[in-house]
Each structure stands twice: as C-alpha cells, then as structure tokens.
Design a protein around this ligand. Structure first.
Ligand code: SAH
Length: 464
C-alpha cells in the first residue's frame, strides 16, 4: 500500500479549498458532508459558492494565496482549474505542512479522495491508488446495493443505546444481540421504514437482558425476481438474497440472480422440470415453513411480482398458521416488462385508462372470462398463461362481440435476451401465435382504445 486509509476527524477543524469555480465547488460539496470549518480561498466565487458564503456555511478568503492561507488547516484541496496555479498552491500547502489533494494532479497529491458510500455515520471508502477509478465505481455500486439508505440511522440508534446495552446485557450475550440487531428483525423493520417498531424491539430486548430463543426464529421474504432478467430485480430483493440462508426458486427465475446470493446459501429448485412432476404447492409450503422453523432466513424467489399469479397467498397462509413472520418484496411483473419491450404504455391518457390483469388459465382449465366487460373501450388487457388457450379465448372474445381488429401484442420471454414479439389482431391471434411457434412464458396484451370503431358484426359469427 502506498496510501493508508484513515478516517480524519474534521469537526471544527479548518479545511482550505483553493479555487472558486466548479472544481472547488465539487470539493466543497464533499466537505459539506463533514462538520469542518470550510474556507474557500479565491478572489471570486461561482454562484453556488457565493450563496454558501452568504449563508455563512463557508468562509471566503479573498486575499492572495500564500503558505499562510493554508497554515493550521487539517486538509487542503487545490482546485483552481488552472494546472500551473494549482502546482504553485500545492507548494504553499506543502510549505505550511498541510496534507493536500490537488485535482487532476496525482503526483502533487499527499492524499486521494476515495469513492464513498455514505450512510453517515457508517461510511465505506474505496480507493485504488488511482489505478482503476472505474473499478472503484463498480465496487461502490455493489456496496450501495448492499447497504439500505436508512442503515446510518440504525447505526446511530445503536450508538445511542450502547451504554444501556453495556449496563443491561452481559458481555457473553452482547455479540449475539448486536448480530441480531444488524441482520435480523430490527434491521429489516428499520430498512422498511418501520423505525419506531425497530427501536421498540431493541429496547424490549435490552430490557430483557438480551435476545430470547423466539428472536432467533426464521423469517420468510417472498421476493419478486422480475420477468427473467437479473437486472430487473429490486435492490431490496438483492439485499434479501444476500441475507438468505436458503433460497427456494422456481421456473422462469433468471439463474443469474442466484449468483447474487451468498456463496454458502442453500438453493432449492421447487419448479417444474421436464419429465418430472411439479412440486405440489403443499409440499412447497411445507419446506418453507420447515426451513423458517430452523431459524433460517428464507427467500422464496418468484418470477415477476409475487402478488400476481404467484400463489403467494397460499404460502403466506401456511406461514401465518405456523406463526412465522413474512414479507413481500415486490417485483416487476411480466405485463410491465412486456409493455416496456414493445415501447408501449399500459395506460395512455385519453386512450386507455384501465389495465386488467387476468389469466387465460384458471384452476379448472381455460378461463371463461366475461371478456367483453373486461376489455371495454379504454382498457389494456394483460393475459397471463394464455398462449396455450389462445384459440378458445379468441373464439369466446369474438363471440362476445369484441371487434376482430383489436390490436394484440404477444411478448414471449419479455426482457430476456431471446425475447420474441408478435403483433397481430384479435381475429387472427391464435393461428398466428401457433404459426410463430410461441409458447409460454408469454404475455398477451390486448388494447381496446377509447375511440376504437367497432368492427363489422360479421365477427360475431366466428364464436365457437
Ligand atoms: N408472478 C409472475 C407471473 C407468474 S405466472 C409475474 O408477475 O409476472 C406465469 C406466467 O407469467 C407465464 O405463463 C407468462 O404468461 C407470464 N410470464 C412470466 N415471465 C414472463 C416473461 N418473461 N415474458 C412474458 N411472460 C411472462
């Protein structure tokens, strides 16, 4: 290591920033995160810096810059935007014995500014000694994903309770207590915005002298994996994957997503595999409950959004019956992904202001929807699990008087690299889907615009 990372105390200390333009403003913004007394040394300030000076947030030193300008400062940033002047000022800072960072002049720097992930008071600093700034940014992105926005507040709360913990919880139990705070229910509640509940839980545990056995109970997150492309999962979903001890996933989930989980997390496939019977729902419920009972953090990874044709309610009921806590982490449902793939909009002001999400297949077979009332003018109808029954659905829709020329878009494996799109119309959709060889997973998007002129009654006869 040519450099050594340290966290410098800057509260109340002087930091000098030489320069009054955008570069200096950038460094000033960085220092404004701290409690340093910021002095900007420049004859002229850009409007942003001038406004900060007017508000007393920074102090301007308009005098000529010399070694005196820097004397006694904890840190100096040299950022005039003029390389020669920067070099001269760096000499002054050195003469004053102050650690300096000179913008775009690594050779003149005593210190480099790291990439920061800021969850004050939790701060992660990433440095590559200037060798690979792009890599630093990539690492920063990964760490940003790992640390939820509110984490700093939880750490601050922990800091405030530290003395009480020392008083009430024996040293032998403290580690388990803090482990629980930062990886279990308190952190989850806090991350979700339920800060008061998290604080209450902490205080109860402190009063009880530590965490009891029930706190070590498992928890299940029903996580939406998105439509089958790993970059369409939410950050919260990724966090749950990284915390999980065990992941139950099914068909249509991008296997790449599982790579985001901890290396030692168990991965259990509970979907259908060609030639093997599908896992019955009761068996899935059973294994999830059993894993949670062992105290594991469980992720049930479901394609799309767990709340849409995901049989999530059945799993939640089983968990409730077993007294196990659970949550839903929403995901991008395939209708949204299909619409996006088409460059279209599920609603469009004045054209379609209703979206109906339904299925072409119910427990008892082909859905026998009241299609005409589900697809009134002004509606987009998203049909899941419908391609296999497209013929029957088409016939029923036409028989119910829906216009044969309604536009139908079929999107197969939306958002995946091998996505396929078929544009057709209601009275031709089934044969065209068959001819194109489109099979599940596919979404049918039917649009009935407000101003659609009904097609001639002739289509009524096509009903089977
Ligand atoms: N919970 C999922 C739906 C599961 S039901 C969601 O919110 O998307 C399974 C059906 O979803 C499939 O039959 C298909 O109609 C649809 N589907 C899932 N992934 C899809 C994808 N990538 N492209 C198109 N349709 C998809």
């Amino acid at each position: 290591m040519k450099t050594f990372p340290m966290f410098l105390r800057l509260d109340g200390r002087r930091v000098v920033i030489a320069g009054g333009g955008e570069q200096a403003a950038q460094k000033t913004r960085l220092m404004l995160k701290t409690e340093a007394a910021i002095v900007v040394a420049a004859g002229e300030l850009d409007p942003e810096l001038a406004a900060l000076a007017a508000r007393g947030r920074i102090e301007q030193d308009a005098g000529p810059v010399s070694a005196e300008t820097f004397r006694g400062a904890a840190l100096a940033f040299i950022a005039t935007g003029d390389a020669e002047r920067d070099a001269a000022y760096a000499g002054f800072a050195r003469a004053a014995g102050v650690i300096a960072n000179v913008v775009d002049a690594p050779d003149l720097c005593d210190a480099y500014t790291p990439s920061l992930v800021d969850r004050d008071p939790v701060v992660v600093a990433i440095g590559t000694e200037g060798t690979a700034p792009v890599l630093a940014r990539q690492i920063k992105t990964r760490v940003e994903e790992m640390l939820e926005p509110r984490l700093g507040d939880l750490a601050a709360l922990a800091g405030r309770l530290r003395d009480q913990v020392a008083e009430k919880i024996s040293p032998a139990r403290r580690r388990a207590f803090w482990g629980w705070v930062f990886s279990d229910a308190p952190r989850r509640l806090h991350a979700r915005g339920a800060e008061r509940d998290a604080a209450r839980l902490l205080k109860e545990a402190i009063a009880a002298g530590g965490i009891g056995a029930e706190s070590a109970a498992g928890f299940v997150s029903l996580v939406g994996a998105g439509p089958g492309s790993r970059d369409l999962v939410t950050l919260r979903g990724v966090q749950r994957l990284q915390e999980a001890d065990i992941i139950f996933y099914d068909r249509l989930v991008d296997p790449g997503l599982l790579e985001l989980a901890r290396r030692d997390a168990e991965r259990v496939y509970v979907g259908k595999e060609v030639g093997f019977p599908a896992w019955p729902q009761e068996r899935i419920n059973g294994v999830i409950v059993a894993a949670a009972r062992e105290g594991k953090r469980v992720v049930r990874l479901k394609s799309g959004d767990p709340g849409i044709f995901g049989r999530g309610a059945e799993e939640a009921t089983a968990l409730d019956a077993a007294g196990i806590g659970w949550e839903i982490v929403p995901g991008v449902t395939s209708a949204s992904a299909a619409s996006a793939a088409l460059g279209g909009f599920l609603t469009e002001r004045g054209v379609t202001d209703t979206v109906v999400i339904t299925t072409g297949q119910t427990r008892d077979g082909v859905a026998q929807g009241d299609w005409a009332s589900q697809l009134r003018p002004g509606t987009t109808l998203a049909l899941y699990m419908a391609v296999a029954n497209a013929g029957r659905i088409q016939a029923d829709m036409l028989a119910q008087g829906l216009p044969g020329d309604l536009p139908v878009d079929v999107v197969c494996r939306a958002a995946a690299p091998d996505q396929e799109i078929l544009h057709t119309r209601l009275d031709r959709m089934a044969p065209e889907i068959a001819a194109a060889g489109i099979a599940n997973p596919a979404i049918l998007l039917l649009r009935h615009p407000k101003d659609h002129r009904a097609a001639p009654a002739l289509h009524l006869k096509t009903g089977a």
